[in-house]
Ligand binder design. Structure first.
Ligand SMILES: *Cc1c(COP(=O)(O)O)cnc(C)c1O
Length: 434
């Protein structure tokens, strides 16, 4: 593998743009938010990425979350290689799928049964259909700034005024398709009360990122989450935790484990997983109580299927990843590393006289150019975007690869050592002063 080839990122980008819309297979990779040329990656190892020009970066994207062990973990590579030799796909059940389901259920006690799919989008879309099928109700609530993949019914932004139905955020989604999707402001208890008062008996579910990573890093407040749980229970709506990003990432038991510690007896009714459970391969899942999951085909009337669902190589990758993160001390160590980074970034801001706040939980972090942590999407978008973009490029120039948009969370892996974290903090000091 030649990292010395004369290919530049710019040349690779131009070539890709001729044959792939925007040159990328997922929009954020194109660097549109921050400007500049996306880095075309050739390989990765541990906490590092190398681009086609042979430049090395400390990676805080980790494939947007899955690479919690870092790149090229030997146990994961062994498991994947062995599974690949045994067959890439069968379209028939395997024991490993049950083993992965058992592992998920073992770590997330609110999940009694789980179904494996291939992407977070598919998992959230299927969970939504199941919630509607199980309750026989049409309407759903989501929150502005939360991302649940790109299924039509979930590509919605808030309407104007309180508790109004939303507008499609994408061309190609007819308004009728989102007419049952109510979009509310995150952490706004008054809007929540009003929405339930008006529509409670028609609500199938509320879907939420409890620690939202698609508007950088915003936690649902404890009073908000407490009231949300009460309202769902009172009105018979299912509370669906989208843990695609937070699952096995902010804690072994995901964001729900964090809230269960803060709110006695707290539990969601359904959960959606992705990212870490695939360990870097296409794998996601949704699960819930046995009663709800029994509504799925072939047992029940809610149809859901997938040619590559539970793919043996992806399943082996996920299993090997989950095995590693259950080792004693894994999350304590990962959390301490992430805290060191967040504290270091905040200190760099103070040192440079730049308003910068940072937050983290487990192996996930966020930072804002603002005086206080935003509590909802509008506040996130009101933080200093120009400064973020300049900081992003100044860090990239110094070999630190942060998420290329201010509304994305960051991820630390077990492979990040103090040396990389300290180099990152030093780069932040230099970048903020420049
Ligand atoms: C990434 C993400 C999704 C979508 O998952 P894909 O695998 O990209 O389809 C859904 N929900 C959340 C919270 C995510 O972060």
């Amino acid at each position: 593998m030649s990292t010395e080839s004369a290919v530049t990122n710019q040349a690779a980008f131009e070539r890709a743009q001729r044959v792939i819309p925007g040159g990328v297979n997922s929009p954020v990779r194109a660097f549109r938010a921050v400007g500049g040329t996306p880095r075309f990656i050739r390989r990765a190892q541990g906490p590092f990425l190398w681009d086609v020009e042979g430049r090395r970066y400390i990676d805080y994207i980790g494939s947007w979350g899955p690479m919690i062990l870092g790149h090229g973990h030997p146990a994961v590579l062994d498991a994947v290689t062995k599974a690949a030799h045994d067959g890439l796909s069968f379209g028939a059940p395997t024991e490993a799928e049950a083993e992965l389901a058992e592992a998920i259920i073992g770590l997330v006690p609110t999940v009694e049964q789980v179904r494996l799919v291939s992407s977070g989008t598919e998992a959230a879309m299927s969970a939504l259909r199941l919630a509607r099928g199980a309750t026989g109700r049409p309407k759903i609530i989501k929150f502005e700034g939360c991302y649940h993949g790109h299924a039509d019914a979930l590509l919605v932004k808030a309407g104007s005024g309180l508790a109004t139905f939303g507008h499609p955020t994408s061309a190609g989604v007819p308004p009728e398709v989102v007419q049952h999707t109510l979009v509310l402001e995150y952490n706004n208890v008054i809007q929540l009360e009003e929405a339930f008062a008006q529509h409670g008996r028609q609500l199938a579910c509320v879907m939420i990122e409890a620690i939202a990573g698609n508007m950088n890093f915003v936690r649902a407040s404890v009073p908000f989450m407490t009231r949300l749980r009460e309202l769902c229970t009172e009105h018979g709506a299912l509370l669906v935790f989208d843990e695609v990003m937070t699952g096995f990432r902010v804690a072994l038991g995901g964001a729900q484990a964090v809230y269960a510690k803060l709110i006695p007896g707290f539990r969601p009714d359904m959960s959606v997983f992705g990212k870490v459970i695939g360990g870097g391969m296409p794998l996601a899942a949704f699960g819930g109580t046995r009663d709800v999951m029994a509504q799925l085909a072939p047992l029940g009337p809610v149809y859901q299927a997938g040619t590559l669902s539970g793919n043996p190589v992806a399943t082996a990758c996920g299993l090997a990843t989950l095995r590693e993160i259950q080792k004693p001390g894994f999350f304590e160590t990962l959390s301490a590393k992430t805290r060191r980074l967040a504290d270091g970034l905040a200190a760099a801001g103070r040192d440079a006289g730049v308003p910068l706040v940072a937050e983290c939980e487990g192996g996930m972090f966020g930072f804002f150019f603002a005086d206080t942590l935003p509590q909802h999407y509008g506040a996130v978008m009101a933080t200093d975007k120009e400064r973020f973009n300049r900081f992003f490029h100044a860090m990239l120039d110094r070999g630190v690869y942060l998420a290329p948009a201010l509304y994305e969370a960051g991820f630390v892996s077990a492979a990040h050592s103090d040396a990389e974290l300290d180099a990152t903090i030093a780069a932040a000091h230099a970048a903020l002063k420049a």
